[in-house]
Design a protein around this ligand. Sequence first.
Ligand code: CU
Length: 289
Amino acid sequence: MNHRHGRPLFAALLPVALVLAGCGGAGSGLTVPQVTPARVFALGAFQPSQPVRPGRPVTISFTVLQPNGQPLTRYKTGSGPHTGVHLIIVRDDLAYIIHQHPPVGPDGRLRQTVAFPAPGPYKVLVDLYPNLPGGQPNFQLSQTVNVAGTYRPRPLPAFNPSVVVDGYHFDMRGHPSLHAIQAQFVDVAVTDGHGRKPTFVPWFGALAHAIFFHQGSLDYFHTHICAPDAPNCGALPGVASSRVSGTSTAPGKLTIGVLLPETGTWRLFLQMKLGGRVVTAPYTLRVAS
Ligand SMILES: [Cu+2]
């Protein structure tokens, strides 16, 4: 156990709770152990706490509470994608995604104004990179926000190798053969409306972001496509997903690192900045055992 995280020594309380009760009464004579829950990181003062209206700007705000109850104020900074706080919001049916990096306030409070596009439940995933000596370099917390109105979940579309978004064409050239817990690389060719191959530029510390959510469980995985010489974009000790960093060796060519923990259907949101705008190309992928 690593006490530098401030986790209490709750295990030490167990022998007290397990002491046999007196033998005067009926029953087993054992008291039920009263175990204090382990203190962990959590979201604090999360807003909004009530359902919000679709299509209206709303400010999401929260702190990340450390196990000692104090807000976390120290996050990794600098170049590359492994810094600060990444806010990734998906509706439960994975029809919509919002990806923002809110600035960290001096008191550790994070604020981001977003507009939830349509009614339904949304998972607000907080993917964070604390700067705590000896602590975990990266983990996630999450919260649900409900958007008022009638939720009409949409079935995920079947895999389509060719996706057109904002005039850009994304081509995966057939469904990749993907297996759970196996590092694999998937190529995607990107062209603009004139058939030209765009040169990718860094956005949020990487040339592109591959954000995966598992249908149903909403389990999450996130890798980056890094320029060959990008500082701090590739492998980061303690961050499993960073072991399969993708590359872009030529304009219009993305090689995505994939290492998904479970079989089933995953939605990939491939995000990058093209022509000054963030473009998201979604793919439905099947992952075999
Ligand atoms: Cu990213």
